[in-house]
Design a protein around this ligand. Sequence first.
Ligand code: F3S
Length: 391
Amino acid sequence: MYLTRDEERILAGEEGESCRKAMELVVALGKIYGAEDLIDITSAHLSGASYKTIGDGGLKYLEDMVKGGARVSVPSTLNPVGMDRERWKEMHISPAFAEKQLRIIDLYGRMGVMATCSCTPYLGDNVPSLGDHIAWAESSALSFVNSYIGARTNREGGPGALAAAILGKTANYGLHIDENRRPTVIIEAEIDGSVFSYSMLGQAVGMEIGGGIPYFRGIEPTVDDAKTMSAAMAASGSVALYHVEGVTPEAGNFDTSGLETIFIGKKELKGAYDRLNTAEDIQLIALGCPHLSPKEMKDIAAFLKGKKKKNQDIEIWFCTSAKVREDCAEEVRIMEEFGPVLADTCMVVAPIEGIFKRTGTNSAKAGNYLPTLCSQKVACRDISKLMEAVI
Ligand code: F3S
């Protein structure tokens, strides 16, 4: 693998211990995946921020990086953490958890990372452009920006994305290279066009193909549709890039003749729905996976306006970014009659397993992870159906 003289110097530790460690990791990943060299990146998005998922080992790793003088060198945002920084008590979080979580956020801040604590940085805080090389973790976000925007990132893990953020470089392989962005299968989709149908479509495609690069026909996803579909496909499969005919910026770049075509319609969507639904009488309704957009906040507030919460035994959490919560004050006022509008966190990376056993969500991604990461049984429905239990 070719390294410039400067990159060799960093690898030899001449820029300090944290830079050396970062270079060692990026070079090791590059060798594993056959990269010929490194490539400059314009931004990073980092996962590995919830104390629940990284634990004391992760906290110690971050402390060592900060002690070693680590600083990011490109704009870098942070994924959701295990609690709302301000309203963690409303989430039944213990003071011991809160203390460690706040330390993690502080450590990222000391490295120069913007503590946005959201999985939808592309809605405002960190928006790449077509053709930008970036190093993003968070499977839903990286799939969205790869596909809908045409930025270029591999499926980075937390430490790899942090290392790239420090160096401002990542290994040049995989989806950074034109040829590897070619579609591998055509999906003929027939859905009703609701956001929930996009979630089920993503679930069905991930279940059907696993990995690869699907090329969709028959759909016209908006930003919110693509947000939920990206998340679902990255969770039920490992899809990091897809194209949509007539919609996504790179769809016209490739010849699709000769590719296998898979049809996804009512039967496949029902299979996806059945896979995700394992509970009926839920204790928590958690919306906002990925984090709610301003448009989704508006839609939910319009749906709830004038209604009353009749079942007080079921909690409702709305998860979004701090910025969207701040920008949507009127919607927040209506939604708060039903449950807290939480920022910084989500139902999956928060430690809900000690509190709830059965959770309702409209997100296929949450539907995949709630059983495995939070020991939940799940009801995965569209918002109006979920809300029937409480209003
Ligand atoms: Fe975001 Fe949490 Fe879902 S990080 S994509 S809301 S699992």
